[in-house]
Design a protein around this ligand. Structure first.
Ligand code: NAI
Length: 292
């Protein structure tokens, strides 16, 4: 089995920055890549703050924290990934953009390297088809935020080898995660079930069933969810939710997956959720969701 010592992460947004932090804290060499220098500097700032917070809480020794910070390198040059044993892609949820990246990664990464995708919904088999190494391509779907959430959903494409699967599973377990395994169908397990619920919450809001606060309170207290579906959508990113609904609709071919027009309108308006300061709720004035 490939021993993973060096990890490349492409995309330094919400997910990529968290995955890179997780890998660095677990003693791996990490290269974090993004085409947007502002995203890289936000990622560096948040990882540094988070690692210092772990040290302050006594969850990480000062020495281990310094090591983690030393292990984490940021770059906008994909060629840096040639030393990685695994590259985890966490860029925008678009099949075409991801395929273009996988083609490049296939050229750059060493022949033994695993190419993993953190995609929420896109076919691993189709991403693998952009490479000359489909047996080394796999879905490694972290939950948000990666350092905190306990689950990794592993998705095997049609040609993913056992060696690739067990090496990826071992890495997730090294990160302290519980692994579930999904076949390669749109949305896999978690988003196949979660996203239609979030979409339905948008329909409830769109058709005037209730206010956003009552929809969220209903699902929090009525079904014991830690946050309501509209708050969760803001946390995930409304653009990400919309992309996943489109993948479900195209892949599963059923009208029940049609994205709610209100979700589409919010994305068109740039109301992408917490990362933009406004989504279903307005976060610009205060930390907590407020009426708006
Ligand atoms: P994000 O929008 O926060 O970050 C995406 C980053 O990728 C941006 O910094 C952007 O500059 C960068 N990027 C875009 N194209 C690139 C390219 N060609 N090369 C290098 N960098 C590029 O998105 P987020 O939320 O981190 O999602 C990333 C992936 O993770 C998506 O596939 C998404 O479906 C998946 N995901 C998202 C979750 C969430 O809760 N937001 C949960 C689990 C998976």
């Amino acid at each position: 089995m490939t021993e993973i010592k060096a990890v490349g992460v492409v995309g330094s947004g919400q997910m990529g920055s968290g995955i890179a932090q997780l890998a660095a804290v677990h003693g791996l060499d990490v290269w974090l890549l993004d085409t947007d220098p502002a995203a890289l500097s936000r990622a560096t700032k948040s990882s540094t703050t988070n690692i210092h917070r772990l040290i302050a809480k006594g969850q990480l020794s000062q020495a281990a924290g310094n090591d983690a910070l030393g292990h984490l390198r940021c770059s906008s040059n994909l060629e840096e990934l040639r030393m990685a044993d695994i590259v985890i892609e966490a860029i925008v949820e678009s099949e075409d953009v991801k395929k273009t990246l996988f083609l490049e990664l296939d050229r750059i990464a060493k022949t033994s390297a695993i190419l993993a995708s953190n995609t929420s919904s896109i076919s691993i088999t189709r991403l693998a088809s952009a490479t000359s190494r489909p047996c080394q391509v796999i879905g490694m779907h972290f939950m948000n935020p990666p350092p905190v959430m306990k689950l990794v959903e592993i998705v095997r494409g049609a040609d993913t080898s056992d060696t690739t699967f067990y090496a990826t599973k071992a890495l997730a377990e090294r990160f302290g995660k519980t692994v579930i395994c999904s076949q390669d169908f749109s949305g896999f397990i978690v988003n196949r079930i979660l996203m239609p619920m979030i979409n339905e919450a948008f329909y409830a809001l769109y058709t005037g069933v209730a206010t956003k606060e009552d929809i969220d309170t209903g699902m929090k207290l009525g079904t014991n969810h830690p946050m309501g579906p509209l708050q969760l959508a803001d946390f995930i990113g409304l653009d990400v939710c919309l992309s996943i609904m489109k993948v479900l609709q195209a892949g599963l071919g059923d009208n029940k997956y049609a994205p709610c027009p209100l979700l589409v309108q919010y994305v068109d308006a740039g109301r992408l959720g917490r990362k933009r300061g406004i989504g279903v709720y307005d976060y610009r004035a205060a930390e907590q969701p407020k009426k708006g």
